[in-house]
Structures are given as C-alpha cells and as structure tokens.
Design a protein around this ligand. Structure first.
Ligand SMILES: [Mg+2]
Length: 420
C-alpha cells in the first residue's frame, strides 16, 4: 500500500501571541502561521509548518506559498509515499535556501508516509513510539496500551484515542524584560511545572543583575539557560558569563552569545568560559555544523527544522553532532504546535545523552490555541506526542484567533508588561 502525493496546499493565518515575544533581534505580538497540507491519493492529509520571519528565517508567507506551489510541488506531486529516503535531498535540489518551506513540505509528506504505514512520525524516525518496543523515549502515565492495532488500521476511531505515551521535555522561554518582570514571569512558569527557564538576554537590560536576582528567587533546583541571540561581542560575552559564574548563578548553557557568522568569536567564548555554549543561528546546515566542530566553537547545537530544511537533514546533523561529542537541543521558531509536533518527533528519535535533554519546544504555548485538531499537547514541562499515526493531526481547527480576535488571556499582569 504505497500511495502517492496528489496535491500540496498552503494555509495562512495570523495568530496573536498570549504575550509579547521579545529578544535581542525582534519583538512580536502576533505571528503569521503558514501550514502546508499534503494530500494523498485517498484524500488523507499530512501536515507541516513553515516558520516565517524576515529577520530570522528570511522567508515570508508569500515566499513559502510560491516555493511550495511551484518547484516543491513539482518534486512531490505524483511521488510514491514510500520514496522518502531522498525526499529532503530532492527538495533541497529544487530550491536554493527556502529551508522553512522545504521543511514544511518534507514534514507533511513524512506525516502522510508514516501514517500510511500505521506509525507515528516519531516511530518512523526511529523513536520508540506506538508499535515499537523498548528504546529511548519515555513512556509515562496510565493508559499506555499495546498499539499493535494502529499498524494495520490507519483510520483510528475516536474512541481509540489514547493519552500520548511518548513525551519530550521542554524549557519555557521568558522574553527580555525588566528584572522585576522577568522574575515574576519565571516564578509563574515554575509554579506551572516548568523546570527549565530560558531567558532572552542582550536586549539592553541589566542582564548581570537580572540573572542573579532570578537565581535567588527561583532557588537552586530550577535549570536556567540564557539566549543572547547574537547580541554580544566576544569580550562582552566572556565578561558577562564569567560574572554569572563568579556569582554562582549556575547556568546550564549560554545560547548564541555572538554574531552567527563569527565562528572564531564563538570559539573564543567557548574557550574562555566554563559554561557550555549552544550554537543556534551559527548552524543552519551540516556544513555549518562541521565548521563548529572543526573550530570547537560550541559544545551544543540547537537544531531547528526551519533552519535545516527538514527532518532528514536534521537527523543527519544530529548524528554528526553525536559522533563528535556535540550535544543536541531540538528547538523551534516562533511557530504553532504543527511545527513543534514535527520537532518533538525529531527530539523523541534522538539517542544517547540527547534522549534525556530538555529541548526548546515551547512555541506552541505562545498561542492560546492550536491551529489544528489533534497533534501534540502540552502537559507542564512536557510535550506529549500523539500516539496516533503520523503526527496525529485531524485537520484545521477552524476557530483559531486571528489578530484582534484573541480572547483575553488570563495571565498575570507581569506577563503582559514587557520592557521595550
Ligand atoms: Mg536561539
């Protein structure tokens, strides 16, 4: 039962965020959400998302639509659903860059392909999902059952919907803000069950004092990581990080302290501080990762599908990183739970030390609702993957709030007040 891809469709909306997202690079109160739907010859659909931001991904809803309905459709329409081994590479040959668009198409087709085989996307990537035994993912909670039936029955009746049994842990990001706001928001997240807080720094505030105050407020058990989004020079980065080390802040890692292309600078920071450095904007492709490895520029890499151009490239980069002792954090852009679902499947497929990693998959929490029915759900600090075939997405929710429509979200006032 192979099947073919019949059509690609693009769905666009603009969705309000539950609170402003503020980093050293940008501020966003709403984001465009661009979903790609791949339809097969039976009418079944697979889903992917293209994270768009001129300042981060360099792509827009219009550019994604043009790429998906043009050259990327040429690659996949009529293609057998079991021909996924070279799909990522074939898409990469069809268009230069446009990584988010390519990722959306690859994820949508991989979702269809996995579902056609009765596997979750995570299981299709090698994770111990439904139908597989043992392995690296974590099965938790009551209601875990044999999923043998899923393999032979693609159309799972609603009454067979079970609690997801594969989970990955995520951090929660706190926007750059005044110290008072930062501490208040972080404390709320800890009260909500999060154990790792990622703080956006480098946006002009007193980061030194803020992180000391935050550590004092949340106590020693909460894991703190920071992301400077390229804001610092080398000496500045080393000075700030050493200050935190001397003050006993105990950061888990510092993400992208210097400019993306300054790999020598990144290596210099890595060499001069004890805190692990995570490369994000510096690594989009496997060539970038090889350069980071060659220069020993970072101890960890943040892999995001919108940078790598899809699952296959991300998987091979994760393997390259593991072979060279580089830790992998799977991240996401400011995107919906559709993109996060594919990233969570990738995270669930990782082995070794990366299997226990706290990933960076909180973006779906920044919108009050998901644009689709089914898929992942958030449970405290965990992303619970659907146990149903593919990504477990049923279709568009159809009721997502657009900008101006978002109902008042019940959050502490501190979360709605962010320093410019
Ligand atoms: Mg980052």
């Amino acid at each position: 039962m192979t099947g073919t891809v019949r059509e690609l469709r693009v769905h666009e909306s603009v969705r309000a965020l539950v609170r402003p997202f503020v980093t050293a690079i940008r501020r966003a109160d709403a984001i465009p959400v661009v979903l790609v739907e791949a339809v097969d010859d039976t009418g079944a659909s697979g889903w992917g998302e293209a994270a768009v931001s001129w300042r981060v991904t360099g792509e827009s809803p219009a550019s994604v639509r043009a790429a998906v309905l043009g050259p990327l459709s040429d690659v996949v329409v009529g293609r057998p659903l079991d021909a996924t081994a070279t799909l990522g590479a074939d898409l990469a040959r069809a268009v230069v860059q446009n990584a988010a668009a390519r990722s959306a198409v690859e994820c949508a087709v991989q979702d269809l392909s996995a579902a056609r085989r009765g596997l979750t996307l995570a299981a299709a990537l090698g994770a111990p999902g439904p139908g597989l035994s043992g392995g690296r993912g974590r099965r938790t909670g009551p209601g875990v059952r044999s999923d043998v039936g899923l393999r032979s029955d693609l159309r799972v009746p609603a009454d067979l919907t079970e609690p997801a049994d594969v989970r990955v842990r995520t951090d929660i990001t706190v926007s750059a803000a005044s110290t008072e706001t930062l501490v208040a928001v972080a404390r709320q997240h800890v009260a909500d069950g999060f154990t790792t807080i990622k703080v956006k720094v480098g946006a002009g505030g007193d980061d030194r004092a803020a992180l000391v105050a935050l550590r004092e407020s949340v106590g020693p058990d909460v894991v703190l990581r920071v992301d400077a989004n390229q804001a610092w020079g080398v000496d500045e980065a080393v000075g700030i990080i050493r200050y935190w080390e001397a003050a006993g802040v105990g950061l888990e890692l510092v993400e992208q302290p210097v400019r993306a292309r300054d790999l020598d600078g990144l290596a210099a920071v890595t060499a001069q501080v004890g805190t692990p450095v995570l490369a994000d904007e510096s690594v989009r492709t496997s060539d970038d990762l090889r350069e980071v490895i060659r220069r020993r520029a970072a101890g960890l890499v943040n892999l995001k599908l919108a940078k790598t151009g899809g699952l296959a490239a991300a998987r091979s980069m994760a393997e390259l990183a593991a072979r060279n002792g580089i830790g992998v954090v799977v991240g996401c852009m400011m995107e919906s739970s559709v993109g996060v679902a594919a990233a969570a499947a990738l995270a669930a497929s990782l082995g070794g030390a990366d299997a226990a990693r706290t990933h960076d998959l909180d973006a779906g929490l920044w919108q009050s609702t998901s644009p689709v029915r089914g898929g992942i759900r958030y449970d405290g600090a965990e992303v619970a993957l659907s146990s149903r075939p593919g990504l477990g997405i049923d279709g568009p929710a159809g009721d997502g709030p657009l900008v101006g429509d978002d109902p008042a979200v019940d959050l502490p006032a501190a979360q709605r007040t962010v320093a410019p």
